[in-house]
Design a protein around this ligand. Sequence first.
Ligand code: GLA
Length: 382
Amino acid sequence: MHTSDSIRALFLQRFKETPRLFFAPGRINLIGEHTDYNQGWVLPAAIDLGLWFAIAPNETAGCQIHAADINQDAVFSLPAPPASNRMWVNYLAGITHTTGLKANQGFNCVFGGNLPPGSGLSSSAAMECGLAFALNTLFHLGFERMDLARLAQRSSNEFVGVPCGIMDQFASLMGRPETALLLDCRDLSYEPVAANFGAYTLLLVNSGVHHELAASAYGERVRECAAGVALLAPHYPGISSLRDVTWRMLEAHQADFDDITYKRCRYVVLENERVAKACAVLKAGDIAGLGVLLRATHQGLQEDYAVSCPELDFLAAFANDFPGVAGARMMGGGFGGCTLNLLKKSVAGVFKPAIQRAYLEAFGVEATVLEVNISGGVAEAK
Ligand code: GLA
């Protein structure tokens, strides 16, 4: 756990000069899970947990980076740093590569913060976007925020080898206080939606687990969705992703599908519909209605998309049975991380110890409850 002060102090101690300081937030996602790489819609927001970067150019080809939260170091040379066997190094080296840093644009950097890694709050996107934004500022690279989001996603896909969509990088860079962003992942147009929950609040419950399955299953889902599109394309020549598919189209050709591919596609098609409904109920102040949609998303992720796990199912079911909870669901890629809980402010005090006690009894693991505020995107900190 680090603060802006401790990151700055560590940098001073190591490099004996005053750095520039940047903050890159993690994200939550209200709804629209696994829709981004299907060119559909998502409704994420940046949060007030994230990573601070203390950074200064060193006018050499060398990049010296200290990851304060895990007390590890990396050193590599520009341009074109080689791939590492450590994921965090690849996320950062990938950014120097995709931003096109030249041989004299090396830098010294210390980063760390309060974003629990592996909790599904996109610490990797915060790493990428924080460094990308900092380098863009230090070296006057001239990228817009949306360019940086695209570039960071490309770096994940091509340099790190993670076939993710653009939601996390978009949220970390484009986030606004008290606002969720409805993003169309096809053309990257977006609309701010006031995240006004009235008498309700959001709480995250971190399962503390991160199953190995996460990475391989993610790629498998990407391929299963593409297989569904390939089955439908002969009937509907205009389609290029599940975003173009309606429930009626899918149902009409169910006979062409195997059971698994059908379920994966059904989830995505219905989730896209839920994102539109969620925006409508949120704008109308119908928070109970939003909760109903969150519950349906969890059920879809659990049964049709099969990216949940017993721990997340337990947390979601416990919350969804708890008086005063509008709705709860697993959040993010799946197989661990946090659940998102939308509940009455008046019950938050009893909900927290109750869910922690129940989880400890069921799994022997502590669940941490995180209160998050919806905040702005990556920025230079004073
Ligand atoms: C991860 C990916 C995102 C998105 C979510 C699921 O966070 O990085 O692109 O696909 O999973 O919604």
